[in-house]
Write a protein that binds this ligand. Structure first.
Ligand code: NOJ
Length: 540
């Protein structure tokens, strides 16, 4: 007799994946030019496999004049010579897959480089031409059109418009070398679909979508009402969602749960969740986690608001503490020992939550924001007067040795940004054999998480706790305790408050700091710990 086998649907690979962000210029330099490259990444894949990540996201490595370090793309279908070539990319992708690591690449749909053939053609063409229709060209305002068409400002400082010799102005929300394309133009929409397919056909597992919330500008390009704020006519316009519905369909045409994650800096969790409705993208960065100050109450609020918002659209959350655009978390949380301890604790806390976590290269080494001397800074945001810039979180990774380039490249290479001398204690080599190092903490945390993924319910309980403390409970039997307070908290106080009252917290699985203090019954300040209650555990 034929019995039907019940269909077991595997969750998509990305749902609870830990994804490691590689800022390509700064990860590993194989060819000695002081700039990281694809071959450098390939040579370090075993390191990433041992770290225990499920996926990597590579920042743009496409042909580019590098005015915004790759986010100014001149050819979306090729590799910049500084980073290698398409064969190097294929080799990297194949080897990553052999090691069980998925690969996400960046797509930059808001703008091209001013060296992109389309923009070159547009500059050479006349006002009103088809070539100019692919971008956002307008006549100026004021007498003789000498003023920009509206009051929009570049995110990097200064006006968002640059005037050409023939008098027309073009829009660039970022550097003048990054003209915004016109998403109301079909050629633009078709081109990006074709670029998606180019990389999907090569076998990538997904995309990180740059400036995903800004592709559409409000019709008529009205003045911004609150400058620099989130309420701007180029933020989060409703039409942008039509793009992601279409991209959803394209991803669906391919096997293997291909995915895309939006970089959408939007006002709140509700706006964020609109990008991950069932027929849109799979993920969107949850920047509210990264923006939360070091406080149990703030973390708690982000968790509650995030889970409510993504639950309403039946999506899964993401968590992220840093990336190549923000100050590293060690420094945000106060630098020094406290900064490192808090970063480790915040990491362990996010890893206890359902959904996917994104880790920025160097976080696993506890790197602080580096002081980059002004004469070495290269960020266009700094060069355009838009603040100190982001170079401090982009300094090349220290791998080994006691002086720069710390194994980032061969001895004698000069990294594109200078590495601080204090980093000699933070190299992978220095941390490798030290059980208490941040690197080994990350390895243990990712390994512990692997043993839990798939076993835990997606529901999260946040019981009442003493001030300064956050407790996360997931069934069956995982409790994460985070102490943001100034004094140690005793575990007996927590069990009295939480669901686990009658059953105890269970065994210590891992802590972000001093295990012996936790086994003695307290969670010290700036520390998180995971406890596991197994069946039959009846508390202490
Ligand atoms: C966001 C990227 O993360 C950032 O590095 C870049 O400067 C802007 N988008 C412009 O592409």
């Amino acid at each position: 007799m034929h019995t039907a086998t019940p269909q077991v649907t595997q969750p998509p690979w990305w749902r609870d994946a830990v994804c490691y962000q590689i800022y390509v210029r700064s990860f590993a330099d194989a060819n000695g030019d002081g700039i990281g490259d694809l071959e450098g990444i390939r040579s370090r894949l075993p390191y990433l496999a041992r770290l225990g990540v499920d996926a990597v996201w590579l920042t743009p490595f496409y042909t580019s004049p590098q005015h915004d370090h790759g986010y100014d793309v001149a050819d979306f279908r090729n590799v910049d010579v500084r980073f290698g070539n398409l064969d190097d990319f294929d080799a990297l992708l194949t080897e990553a897959h052999v090691l069980g690591i998925r690969v996400i690449v960046d797509i930059v749909p808001n703008h091209t480089s001013s060296e992109h053939p389309w923009f070159q053609e547009a500059v050479a063409a006349k006002p009103g031409s088809r070539a100019r229709e692919r971008y956002i060209f307008l006549d100026g305002s004021g007498r003789g059109g000498r003023k920009p068409p509206n009051n929009w400002l570049s995110h990097f400082g200064g006006p968002a418009w640059t005037q050409l010799e023939d008098g027309q102005w073009y829009l660039h929300l970022f550097d003048r070398s990054q003209p915004d394309v016109n998403w109301r133009n079909k050629e633009v929409r078709d081109e990006y679909e074709s670029v998606l397919r180019f990389w999907l056909d090569r076998g990538v597992d997904g995309f990180r979508i740059d400036v995903a919330h800004s592709l559409y500008k409000e019709q008529g390009l009205p003045d911004a009402r609150r400058r620099g704020g989130l309420v701007a006519p180029y933020h989060d316009q409703p039409e942008v969602h039509s793009v992601y519905r279409r991209w959803h369909q394209i991803l669906e045409e391919y096997d293997g749960d291909r995915m895309a994650i939006a970089e959408a800096w939007v006002a709140d969790e509700e706006a964020m969740a609109r990008y991950i409705r069932p027929d849109e993208l799979q993920q969107t960065f949850n920047f509210h986690w990264l923006l939360a100050p070091w406080s149990a109450a703030s973390f708690r609020k982000v968790i509650t608001d995030t889970l409510r918002a993504v639950g309403a659209v039946e999506a899964s959350p993401t968590w992220v503490l840093s990336n190549h655009d923000v100050v590293r978390e060690v420094t945000r949380y106060g630098d020094g020992e406290a900064g490192v301890a808090r970063s480790r604790a915040a990491t362990l806390t996010m890893l206890a939550l359902p959904g996917s976590s994104y880790i920025y290269q160097g976080a696993e080494l506890g790197l602080p924001q580096a002081e980059v001397p002004e004469e070495h800074r290269q960020d266009p945001a700094w060069l355009r007067g838009g603040g100190v810039g982001r170079d401090g979180c982009r300094v090349p990774i220290p791998w080994a040795g006691t002086k720069p380039p710390y194994g980032f490249g061969a001895d004698g290479t000069t990294p594109w940004l200078p590495q601080p001398s204090s980093w000699r204690n933070l190299t992978v080599e220095a941390q490798d054999n030290d059980a208490s190092s941040t690197l080994n903490f990350f390895r243990r945390a990712l390994a512990a998480r692997r043993t839990l993924v798939g076993q835990l319910d997606r529901q999260v309980r946040l019981p009442r706790t003493p001030p300064g403390v956050l407790v996360i409970e997931r069934e069956p039997g995982l409790t994460c305790v985070l102490n943001c307070g100034k004094r140690a908290v005793s575990l007996s106080r927590l069990t009295a408050a939480g669901e686990s009252a009658s059953r105890g917290l269970g065994d210590l699985l891992i802590s972000s700091g001093d295990d012996s203090a936790v086994t003695a019954g307290t969670v010290p300040p700036d520390t998180a710990a995971w406890f596991r209650r197994t069946a039959g555990h009846h508390g202490s």
